[in-house]
Design a binder for this molecule. Structure first.
Ligand SMILES: [Zn+2]
Length: 527
């Protein structure tokens, strides 16, 4: 039965242009979404942008444009980037869209009426760039922002609050009953010990100090402050409380699987405040909040302000989309922090894609042309112990790949496939088809060898198709595979009936001259 699968990325804050670090989460989300679609699940994949707040208002003023013009410009760039990376999102939510504004205002009214929201006064240490208030103990003696490390200042204003404390026990009970809710688990303990156990503080959810936000209908000098506004995107995009709630009914019900991918800098908001808002609205909670790491520039967080940023666009232009997508999901274990270096980028392409994967295809096609006039030979039975061994590796690879993908271990899943590719290259050395070819009595063994190699490539093409969008198609074309042999349902059989005509094509991934390309990428990073 088709599962209903709802996957979201964080909505990005468009205060400047996005860099390769942002694409890390979105590309992984895309691979997970494509994997589920390939399996036959009904998928809804959402990304978007979080477009309100003081920082945007100020940046717009500096630029001499309206905040809306300011975010429109950046959002266009973000959408182009996702298009260039062939991100397969089903929707793009902007918190400045009317469909979202309506939901935020309706929710605010409902929560105010039921007493979860109250008017109070807020005094605290305020970090303007982060738009965050902090407590005395959080800013310490030096009065530094907990998120960005900049200096904070005292600020006080009338504000609406959400009664978080009321829900703390229910939240802890939910964690207990749903041990998979927060992944990795270490993040859960951090949340419980740092934020819930010391007493969950009520959350300030409005501001009067700036105007670029969704006005509180009941008191329009207030705008809704970031988290209530931003988090509701996950349900406003589905049509919650709208005239057409059909998507909401499909993807936010008890039968659907709901997955939020978040960076570790916004974990707290997704595993504490978001579940509590949902409880207050009497809605089901997500199945999983998966906290991934950040992609950095060698030892340093990649950031717009530090100027150590590489944009993915010139990389795509020069090396192709598949190489960039492969790097993004393979180099850094999804979930952990990683760092971008030009050396590793080039090595990944040369070693994994050009030498191992692309070369396996080239060798196989060349041999089938030479030994069997370009027709994949019929398969008889496992003829050698090498054939049998390879079949075992194939079965294990598929099982592990599925398990890893279900557990969001995208990097590990790819590594399983690439190990299978390496094993197949070794299988050629073991089987020595060039010797089999010279011996008339070894014709069957040679046929079996070619059939196995074509079969491995076909399986790897399917398994890598959520990542290598063009290369998997080119591989199927070169192997002469029709659609019935490229589907998920056809995955399990390693050996083929045979009879397909292969055709020699361009190498999937031309080998790069490492020194030249490293220098090129370095020049991009300085630009
Ligand atoms: Zn800050």
């Amino acid at each position: 039965m088709a599962k209903k699968f709802y996957i979201t990325t964080p909505i990005y804050y468009p205060s400047a242009k996005l860099h390769i670090g942002h694409t890390y989460c979105t590309t992984n989300a895309d691979v997970i979404a494509r994997y589920h679609r390939m399996k036959g699940d009904e998928v809804y994949f959402l990304t978007g942008s979080d477009e309100h707040g003081e920082k945007i208002q100020k940046n717009a003023e500096l630029k001499g444009v309206t905040p809306q013009e300011f975010v429109d410009d950046i959002v266009e760039g973000i959408k182009n980037l996702w298009k260039n990376l062939k991100i397969s999102n089903d929707d793009y939510i902007r918190t400045t869209q009317q469909r979202h504004i309506d939901v935020v205002q309706k929710v605010f009214t409902k929560l105010l009426e039921q007493g979860d929201i109250y008017l109070g006064e807020y005094e605290g240490w305020y970090c303007t760039p982060c738009e965050s208030f902090w407590t005395d103990s959080q800013v310490g003696e030096k009065h530094l922002c907990l998120d960005c490390g900049r200096e904070v200042h005292k600020a006080k204003e009338e504000a609406y609050f959400f009664r978080m404390s009321k829900y703390a026990d229910r939240l802890l009970k939910f964690y207990e009953e749903h041990p998979d809710f927060i992944t990795p688990e270490s993040r859960k303990n951090e949340m419980i010990n740092n934020f819930i156990k010391p007493g969950l503080e009520d959350l300030c959810i409005s501001r009067t100090s700036f105007t670029w936000g969704i006005p509180v209908k009941e008191n329009p000098k207030h705008v809704v402050y970031v988290w209530l506004d931003a988090l509701l995107n996950y349900i406003s995009a589905l049509g919650y409380l709208s005239d057409d709630p059909s998507k909401f009914n499909t993807f936010w019900n008890d039968d659907s699987y709901i997955l939020h991918l978040v960076g570790n800098d916004i974990t707290r908001f997704h595993v504490i405040y978001w579940p509590i808002f949902l409880m207050a609205l009497n809605l089901r909670l997500p199945d999983k909040v998966f906290v991934h790491g950040l992609l950095m520039m060698k030892d340093e967080k990649m950031s717009k302000s530090k100027g150590n940023v590489v944009s993915p666009d010139p990389l795509i232009e020069r090396y192709g989309l598949d190489a960039v997508r492969y790097y993004l999901v393979r180099e850094t274990t999804f979930g952990q922090d990683g760092s971008f270096t030009p050396e590793q980028f080039v090595e990944r392409i040369n070693v994994d894609l050009a030498n191992d994967f692309g070369n396996l295809l080239n060798r196989t096609i060349a041999m089938i042309i030479k030994y069997f006039n370009g027709i994949i030979p019929h398969y008889v039975k496992p003829v050698t112990s090498f054939d049998q061994e390879l079949e075992e590796v194939g079965k294990n690879t598929i099982a592990l790949y599925k398990k890893d993908m279900e557990e969001l271990k995208v990097t590990e899943a790819i590594m399983e496939v690439m190990n299978y590719v390496s094993r197949a290259n070794k299988y050629i050395e073991e089987s020595k088809p060039w010797e089999l070819f010279k011996d008339e009595t070894k014709k069957e063994a040679l046929a079996s060898c070619m059939n196995h190699l074509a079969g491995v490539l076909r399986q790897c093409g399917i398994l890598l198709s959520p990542i290598l969008l063009d290369a998997s198609k080119k591989l199927f074309t070169q192997l002469g595979m029709d659609e019935s042999l490229t589907s998920w349902d056809s995955l399990d059989n390693l050996t083929l009936v045979g009879g397909q005509e292969v055709q020699k094509g361009e190498p999937l991934f031309p080998r790069l001259k490492a020194e030249d390309e490293i220098a090129f990428i370095k020049s991009l990073m300085k630009a």
